[in-house]
Design a protein around this ligand. Structure first.
Ligand code: ADP
Ligand code: ADP
Length: 228
């Protein structure tokens, strides 16, 4: 469902972020992306959700060649991909409910469907009781749960998570991982960049290691493989 063929990405400043990446990620896989800082992990993820376009090579997501996508088709492809960040990126003046609902309003879902679906995903992430709180009234782990609820509310086929546990303590990180595992179990592909050695080595999944813009390792039930 995600396929890259000889993908290169050079930023305008000349940084060669990816250099000839080819990979296939199948429906329903859970993939960790590991590697040193500056290796190209974020770029790899940004290309999948079309935040960046490749300098060379092909990327297809659900059959769409997303490097060549017409501007008007971008929203359609994006709605099929949920994104989760290290720093949550919730809208601070909106409640948890409104943050999640907003993602459905953007795609012009009818209000009565929005209400039902938002409560359903808030329940799934365990935060129905805190629907009316603003992000500042929630812990980091709770904010990440809301961000995950927002990412899944439109039923995407893929979740891209860039260091989703990077700001969380170990126990909270595990809770977030259980949630992502559950979402994967229910049928969503997950691609997650992480520096969390303990998680990768315990919750064994496919591991892609990126170094200097290239995939240097691709293991099923792999390991973290670094000391940092
Ligand atoms: P990682 O996520 O593994 O830390 P990145 O994909 O963020 O790696 O970065 C890969 C390389 O591309 C680094 O050298 C980084 O400085 C550079 N880079 C990333 N984003 C940009 C950007 N928007 N403009 C210029 N260079 C960038
Ligand atoms: P990460 O923590 O994922 O590695 P970074 O701290 O490398 O992210 O980058 C943070 C933001 O700055 C990203 O949006 C990235 O694209 C951008 N960025 C990274 N390196 C550069 C760079 N050399 N020049 C311009 N923007 C950059």
């Amino acid at each position: 469902m995600i396929e890259m063929q000889d993908v290169w990405k050079t930023y305008p400043n000349g940084a060669h972020a990816l250099q000839g990446v080819s990979v296939k990620i199948n429906r329903n896989e859970f993939v960790y992306v590991v590697g040193p800082s500056g290796a190209g992990k974020s770029t790899f993820m940004k290309l999948i959700y079309r935040e960046e376009v490749p300098t060379k090579g092909q990327i297809s997501v659900n059959g769409f060649n997303i490097g060549k996508l017409k501007q008007r088709k971008i929203p359609y492809v994006r709605r099929n991909i949920g994104v989760v960040f290290q720093d949550y990126r919730l809208l601070p003046k909106l409640t948890a409910y409104e943050n999640v609902a907003f993602a459905m309003e953007v795609i012009e879902a009818p209000q009565r469907i929005i209400k039902k679906r938002v409560m359903e995903v808030l329940e799934l992430v365990g935060l129905k009781a805190k629907a009316n709180r603003e992000p500042s009234q929630l812990s980091g782990g709770e904010q990440q749960r809301i961000a995950i609820a927002r990412a899944i509310v439109n039923n995407p086929s893929v979740i891209i998570a860039d260091e989703p546990t990077g700001n969380l303590d170990p126990e909270t990180s595990w809770e977030i991982m259980q949630l992502l595992d559950e979402i994967n179990f229910r049928g969503t592909t997950i691609v997650m960049a992480t520096h969390n050695k303990e998680i990768v080595n315990t919750m064994r999944k496919r591991v892609l290691a990126i170094e200097r813009g290239q995939i240097v390792r691709d293991q099923l039930r792999g390991e973290y493989g670094y000391e940092f």
